[in-house]
Design a protein around this ligand. Structure first.
Ligand code: ADP
Ligand code: ZN
Length: 351
């Protein structure tokens, strides 16, 4: 319902983003001229929500992270030329994080940059990927190696897309929601622990308030540090070990980050005296995310130390002072090695 739609403006260093919460897809035609816009989406979303795209120019991509590559960006550019897209054209990414990352990337290079906006359709894209302006493609094993930072002109939230979201994608989104709560907001953490995935999925009011809160939380971090010199690093909570696990094992991003958060919470307990780290394990399981997994500590440690957050013999790790307060903390590599081995043994023992 357009009536209940709420519009907020988020200001970044050199641009502002109009955010339309609780809107409808139809409202897009008020923001852009259909004839002068091209929608980029993927086959899953197109087949489930095809009727919404009537009379729009649409480019449909194959779904999945495997297609977040330069070859896909080139194919999009070819199709834009086919649509005679020019400097006045707006690109609209309608999809999950893969679609929004590719849309932002192509929009920032096509004709040296054209206007773009997003309609995020996955929970993860709604609370994380579509916010902050990072876009780009993967190159081989290197995730997001090529890309830029450029904010969209608008974000439009049509919650009806979530009706078709598969379960595994719900928990992927909740991994990032739990991350935001751990590093930034104790009251969100309490709300999450007092609910679970099933109860929240059924309660549109709580769900939309969580989504909207997370947009504000993430934007507030990005606004303070758009180009990742300081605070924005906090958003890597759970992601350092998470990324290493994700490249080595068959895990979704959310599952890998959940395991990374359990590890970082354990480290925080030992190094910073974090209390109640067990609540983090509890909340992750309430959102059907894994908290234990056995893995090859040596292999994972080697990948982990190749991470760009390494500074000589130390590595900057995001830890928690308390639930709701993340900090960046340097950890010596040999200490980290010990903890990674201990964590993988612990997991083997509890299997
Ligand atoms: P992300 O997890 O970063 O959002 P993707 O763009 O790969 O990454 O989206 C995850 C998967 O969910 C893809 O297969 C995509 O097609 C699918 N998807 C996204 N939104 C919806 C939706 N509203 N309904 C059904 N499937 C969706
Ligand atoms: Zn993530």
């Amino acid at each position: 319902m357009i009536d209940s739609m709420r519009k907020i403006k988020q200001l970044f260093s050199n641009t502002s983003v109009d955010v339309y919460f609780d809107s409808t897809f139809n409202h897009l035609s008020k923001l852009v001229d259909k004839k002068n816009a091209v929608i980029i989406t993927d086959e899953n979303i197109f087949s489930l929500h095809g009727s919404k795209f009537r009379n729009w120019n649409v480019i449909t991509l194959k779904p999945g992270e495997a297609f977040k590559i330069q070859l896909t960006a080139d194919a999009i550019i070819e199709q834009l030329i086919g649509f005679e897209a020019d400097r006045s054209t707006t690109l609209i990414g309608v999809g999950g994080g893969v679609v929004t990352d590719l849309t932002g990337y192509v929009a920032s290079i096509y004709m040296r940059g054209i206007r773009f906006g997003f309609v995020p359709t996955s929970l993860l894209a709604m609370v994380d990927a579509s916010i902050g302006g990072k876009n780009g493609v993967d190159v081989g094993a290197y995730k997001n190696l090529v890309g830029s930072i450029r904010q969209p002109s608008f974000l439009l939230y049509d919650y009806s897309f979530l009706k078709t979201l598969p379960n595994i994608e719900w928990s992927n989104g909740f991994a990032e929601i739990i991350k935001h709560a751990c590093i930034l907001d104790h009251s969100s953490f309490k709300l999450l622990i007092n609910n679970n995935l099933q109860s929240i999925k059924k309660d549109k009011k709580i769900l939309t308030s969580i989504i909207e809160k997370n947009v504000v939380l993430k934007s507030s971090v990005v606004k303070k540090d758009e180009f990742e010199k300081g605070d924005r690093k906090l958003l890597n909570f759970g992601h350092t070990l998470g990324h290493a696990l994700e490249t080595q094992y068959e895990l979704t991003h959310g599952q890998a980050v959940a395991l990374g958060m359990v590890f970082a919470a354990g480290l925080s307990e030992q190094i910073l005296g974090l209390k109640k780290s067990v609540e983090i394990i509890q909340v992750l399981s309430q959102y059907t995310l894994p908290t234990i997994a056995s893995f090859d500590a040596e292999r994972v440690f080697n990948i982990l130390t190749m991470d760009k957050k390494r500074v000589s013999d130390k590595m900057n790790f995001v830890l928690l002072k308390k639930i709701g307060k993340g900090v960046v903390h340097p950890i010596k590599l040999d200490t980290l090695h010990k903890y990674v081995s201990a964590y993988s043994h612990l997991n083997k023992a509890s299997k």
